[in-house]
Write a protein that binds this ligand. Structure first.
Ligand SMILES: [Zn+2]
Length: 194
């Protein structure tokens, strides 16, 4: 590496930038202990401009390289994304549920305005009383005790005050049934079993 010599002798408190040539005090230069005066010879302004220009110029090549790499390592990518999703879910289950709800709302054409503070995951399903558990692996079939978002009034959508976390099993049973429909169903099942 070529050593850059400063045009200003030591002892002077102002240094000249090798790019713009302006004289500035040392706080306008990055620290660099390997350099002669312990500062980088190019001022912070010039340096950041040069670096961001470099980054902009090389971005298309970088992106192309990344795309090609991920395309030729599809199997690995799939596995890694699965792991990432699991880790994210374990770290912040509420954020995971909200993200899923947002996608579901878009897909179903429903309203959505949930934020992180609008949702709490209870330890047990408030309907069936079973313990809510996140499985350790991502499974194709959702287990009965998986936490899931219930829309109290299904047609109001994923809206603040209209959501609770219940077990997937309870959610599956309720689905989009109305209270009257559920009552009729209970009557029917009760009559059939007596
Ligand atoms: Zn400069």
């Amino acid at each position: 590496m070529k050593k850059v010599r400063f045009p200003i002798p030591p002892g002077s408190r102002k240094f000249q930038c090798i790019t713009c040539g302006r004289k500035k005090t040392c706080k306008f230069f990055h620290r660099d202990r390997t350099r002669r005066y312990g500062i980088h010879p190019e001022c912070k302004e010039c340096r950041s401009q040069r670096q961001s220009a470099y980054s902009r110029r090389t971005r298309p090549a970088r992106n192309a390289y990344d795309r090609a790499w991920w395309a030729s390592n599809k199997e690995y990518a799939r596995e890694m994304h699965r792991k990432m999703r699991l880790r994210r879910r374990r770290r912040d289950p509420v954020a995971y549920l909200i993200k899923r709800a947002k996608a579901a709302a878009k897909w179903k054409g429903l309203a959505f305005n949930l934020r992180h503070c609008d949702l709490t995951i209870p330890e047990r399903c408030p309907v069936l009383g079973m313990k809510l558990v996140w499985p350790r692996k991502l499974v194709r079939r959702r287990p009965a005790n998986l936490p899931s978002i219930d829309r109290v009034n299904p047609r109001r959508g994923y809206v603040r005050g209209n959501v609770r976390v219940i077990s997937f099993r309870a959610n599956l049973l309720k689905r989009n049934a109305t209270l009257d429909e559920l009552k009729a169903l209970v009557r029917y099942v009760e009559e059939a079993s007596t």
